[in-house]
Ligand binder design. Sequence first.
Ligand code: SF4
Ligand code: SF4
Length: 446
Amino acid sequence: MKLFQIVYITTVFQVLVFFLLFARTSIAEKKLRSVVISSIAFAALLPAFYGYFFLFTANPSILIILPAVIVLFAVLFFAPSGKSTAIVITDSTERVDERDTMFAREEYTQGTEKYERYYSMRPEYRKIDDRIRRLPELLAPGGKFYQPERSGYIASLFEIEERLITMVDGSVNPIRSKFEPEQTSMLLKEMTIHLGADEVGIADLNPNYVYSHVGRGPEEWGSEIENTHRFVIAFTVEMDYRKVDEAPGIGITEETALQYLNAQKISIALARYIRDLGYPARAHVAGSNYQIMLPPVAYDAGLGELGRLGYLISQKYGARIRLGAVTTDIPLITDPIIQFGVQDFCEKCKKCAVNCPSGSIPYDEKMVVRGVEKWMLKIEKCFQYWRIIGTDCGICMKVCPFSHPDTLIHDILRKGIRNSSFARTISLWGDDLFYGKKVKFPKFTE
Ligand code: SF4
Ligand code: SF4
């Protein structure tokens, strides 16, 4: 066989394998549309490639055109091209008051002193918050996806999390172990993964990401939060793809509760170990116990980029993650932030905004919020929708193209997305084609 024929066969074989792998991955993902399209592509390309070979096998100058086009496409897909914008962060000393977060505001009961104190301080939130308060509570009867048994199961997981809050901090061993920062960093990262985290990184703790005042939890409401720890160890836990795919049904809230519990276990155990080594450490966990804002510290720790949907997007799992963190003074080595094309991709994509049933995700440009240029989620609208349906919705997490499972085929595509503007455009087009631009789910209003 001649060289140009071998080149032809080898090149088209790789294209066919790509579509076969895509079909296989789609079967595992249970995505019928994607299975059908990738199978049709394979079935159509196989005879087309064979016919082309058969027709032009004696004419190298024509036969080689098709492999040349395929190779050119691959080069454009993987070679660095176009802008790869970073998140712009400027100096700001403004901190977020935890009393203003949505989960704190939903706890202010009408007629209580806390309610009066808060809304005399922030009258602009009273009307919308009262409106939200009139809706059924999350996991309570009246929510559209309420199911007594499953809602009760989730509530029991959250109940355990509330009880574990007392374990986030404690006494520090007066005998301090001595390690080199490199050694400690490696050791603590290994332990974080062993405890069940999927990704881990270390950053200097930016004091701007510490909440200014207590808004929830056992500490005195409105008291100033003082956390002067130097470092933060942040980590992700993956949310199960199938459970996220149930969004906005109750399955995603089961998974949220479970992964919060896992994150809580990891951070409490890690913080405890660091205190046993003789250094202060505090776990930050869901269930009214954060002292810090997790998405920006996780960004600083190199765990991902902030996306249009307002959450962190991990390189491996996309938006399908929950975060946990431990702040500490044990000497550590920090990790660099990472960029893998999310800002440029989100500029083009807007899939989360298109699918958001409450209109909470912006279509327009980023805005500067406390020194960070980002897309700003309309949190009240989002939370209002949660209360209507009784789950934490998660449609944005489910449709985000970065949220596909961490499989060979998606990893190949992510490699292109990281470097090439061409790959980002093609991948977005492909995601719409293979998975659909709009997902189908029941629409609810109050
Ligand atoms: S969770 Fe649902 S309502 Fe909230 S931003 Fe995402 S898609 Fe919109
Ligand atoms: S769905 Fe698209 S626009 Fe939204 S966060 Fe994901 S990549 Fe960005």
